[in-house]
Each structure stands twice: as C-alpha cells, then as structure tokens.
Design a binder for this molecule. Structure first.
Ligand SMILES: Nc1ncnc2c1ncn2[C@@H]1O[C@H](COP(=O)(O)OP(=O)(O)O)[C@@H](O)[C@H]1O
Ligand SMILES: CCCC(=O)OP(=O)(O)O
Length: 361
C-alpha cells in the first residue's frame, strides 16, 4: 500500500488530500482572506503560514513517518514536459528566485518538500506533477505575428491531462491514440488539443474565450490605447482578476448569472451567450490544430457543471465532435495517482535541470 499526501495551493485556499493507493481517505481545505497575506509581496512569503496550517490540519490524524511521498500542484518553472518532477534544489532555486510568473501554484513544490521532511517515511521524496508550464506545443502553434512574442503554454494542465484520460476511457479509445479537445472552464479558462497523447496546441486565459475573472483575447490596439491612460496595476486587474464575468457583470458566480437570466436580465443573457460563443470558438480553433479529426471534446472545471452553458456550447460546437462534461476538477486525484506511479516505479520522476539546460541557455 502507498500513502500519498497531495497539496494544492490556490490564491484563496490550500486543499490537501491523503490517498491510500487510489482511495481518498482524507480531505481538508484551508481558506484565506486577503488580509492573511497582507504585506507579503512575493508568493513565497506565504510559505511559513501555509505550511503551519497544513501541519495543524494533519496533526492528530497523521504522525511523522506517514507518507511515502508528498506531491504539490506546481508551479511556473518554465516550459517542461508532462509528468512528475522531483522537488530538488534546482527546482526550488527556480521557483523561489525566477519563476515565470507569481502564482499560488509556485507554493506546491516548496510545501511538498517541507511536509515530506516532517511527515515522510525515511527516504520519501517530494514531487510536483503536470505543472502549469507543461509545454508540448507544435512549433507552428507557437508563432505569433509579432517577432519576439511567442504563444505560451501556461494553464490547467494537471486537470486537463487527467480529464483527457477519462475522456479516452469514455469513448473507449486508448489515450495514446485519441484526438481530443479539453476545455477547462473556471476562474481562468484554458484549453488544449491532444493528438496521440501529446498536447499539440493550447489556448491560454488571455486568448479567445473569457472566463469568470479573466479577459480572454481582447483587441490589441484598444488595449494599447488603454495602457496609455490607465495605471499598469489597474490594467492588469482588468484582464486578470477583474476581467471576464467579474468585469462585465460584477460577479464571478455563474450560478448567480443564471438566476439573473431566469429573472429576465437581458444584459446577463447577452454576456452568457458571449461566454458560450468564446468557448465554442476556442474549440473550433483547436479543431483546426487537429485538422478536423476530433474524436471527442471534454468540458471540465466548475462552469462545466452548468447544464445551460453545456447546451449553449453544444449548439455552437457540437458539430465538431461529441461534447462530454466532467464538471469540477480532478487535481487532487491526478496529483496523488501520479506520485503513486512514481513511488511504485511505474513512472520515472524527471528533474527540472534537464529542461533548464535546453530552454534557459
Ligand atoms: N453547479 C454549477 N453551475 C453553474 N456554475 C457553476 C457551478 N459550480 C461552479 N460553477 C461556476 O464555476 C466557476 C468556478 O469554477 P472553478 O473551477 O471552481 O474555479 P477555480 O478556477 O476558482 O477553481 C464559477 O463561475 C462558479 O460560479
Ligand atoms: C498559472 C496558470 C494556471 C492558472 O491560471 O490557474 P488558476 O486558474 O488556478 O489561477
């Protein structure tokens, strides 16, 4: 039997779960308010507080020497291949000193390392799995019309790869042979095209579809004009945090928007239609990357729980391939099962330094 602790740090919470083999035996969520991290400029400044809170949540239920591995959602280490990475000194150096972006997932690796030291069996390791910068995009998909600006693969890879395997099972096709489009719909929304087990193209939260709190793609000339008349911090918040549904309707809660539509709110109905249209256009763009050969499409994330949204997206993109819904996210199980495969020797853990040599030289 293997016992794995999985840690998923978000901007306002840390989720933890313990798995015995493939069975979840413990789950806990620690929530935060902005004031909890007041004065902390860097994400990594939050580590001591988050570590202490996880220890407190485990205390009384799990003793030192409990876990065969600890795995965290992580982090913005730069473009890497899919799978598991050992949290070693090179990883900690990059994530602490030169992450691609400041983001809560940068805490996953350092927290896993701290917790494995205190709660791991002797010799146990800390890992991250399918980090947010997994990058398998084709060379053509990277190129933009501005020399020097490349498209980036930064998103919900952990959940999307887990759902891609579930979708392959649902259509009874080996994952390695399937052509799939996976769309994660949440606070931020990202999507990918998968061909023969590889994410050949990817749509970021600042391209095409808007989401609960991010802008998606916006006309660049308009954005440049706005940048000249608005402080940078305000502009950043208009595209990330205060973008999407938040900026358009003053709420990130799709359920509330559905209630407004039910009560006859025409503005809410129009924005909802635009939301579905953006998702359908994203799917159509990724279908081009697969040359139209799409076996199936999956919608996942919190918004994929909305029957109204599913119907609206199916109406616009259902002609491409059957659309399946996997509402919510599967990140805790994806982390734990990935780490378990490493512990059992079914998968090898990678090292970030192998990618740094080729991508940062
Ligand atoms: N049952 C539901 N019906 C409609 N929308 C939902 C439902 N559950 C969650 N959502 C919406 O999903 C979005 C949050 O997605 P989620 O994946 O939980 O976000 P995060 O990126 O913060 O993890 C919100 O807009 C929320 O209102
Ligand atoms: C940083 C890329 C992944 C991402 O946007 O995650 P959240 O939606 O959880 O912020």
């Amino acid at each position: 039997m293997s016992r794995i602790l999985a840690i998923n740090p978000g901007s306002t919470s840390t989720k933890i779960a313990v798995f015995d083999d493939d069975r979840e035996i413990f789950r806990h969520e620690i929530t935060y308010r902005g004031a909890d991290f007041a004065g902390m400029d860097r994400i990594t400044d939050q580590l001591p507080r988050r570590e202490a809170d996880i220890e407190a949540a485990l205390a009384g239920t799990f003793d030192p020497g409990s876990f065969d591995a600890v795995v965290g959602r992580g982090g913005l280490v730069g473009p890497v291949g899919p799978g598991g990475y050992e949290v070693d000194d090179d990883f900690l150096d990059v994530i602490t000193n030169r992450p691609v972006l400041e983001h809560a997932s940068n805490l996953g690796g350092p927290l896993a390392k701290a917790l494995v030291t205190k709660f791991g069996v002797p010799g146990a390791h800390a890992y991250i799995y399918d980090p947010v910068t997994v990058d398998e995009m084709s060379d053509a998909a990277r190129i933009t019309g501005v020399a020097g600006i490349e498209r980036k693969s930064i998103g919900h890879h952990l959940n999307m790869r887990a759902v891609a395997r579930k979708l392959a099972d649902a259509i009874d096709t080996p994952y390695e042979e399937a052509s799939e489009i996976i769309v994660h719909l949440g606070g931020g929304s990202t999507a990918c095209a998968i061909s023969s087990g590889r994410m050949v193209d990817f749509v970021s939260d600042d391209e095409i579809m808007f989401s609960a709190e991010r802008s998606g793609g916006v006309p660049i000339k308009e954005l440049i004009a706005l940048a000249g008349s608005m402080p940078l911090a305000e502009l950043k918040s208009a595209v990330r945090g205060g973008g999407g549904l938040a900026g358009l309707l003053g709420t990130t809660d799709l359920r509330e928007i559905e209630s407004r539509i039910g009560a006859g709110d025409e503005r809410a109905a129009l924005v909802f239609e635009a939301l579905a249209l953006g998702i359908a256009k994203t799917i159509a763009a990724l279908a081009a990357s697969l040359k139209g050969e799409v076996d199936a499409i999956a919608l996942t994330g919190g918004m994929a729980r909305s029957e109204l949204l599913l119907a609206a997206v199916r109406e616009r993109a259902g002609w491409i391939a059957p659309i399946h819904a996997f509402g919510g996210e599967f990140e805790m199980e994806a982390l734990a099962l990935g780490a378990r495969r490493i512990v059992l020797g079914k998968e090898r853990a990678h090292h970030v330094r192998d990618y740094l040599r080729t991508t940062h030289d």
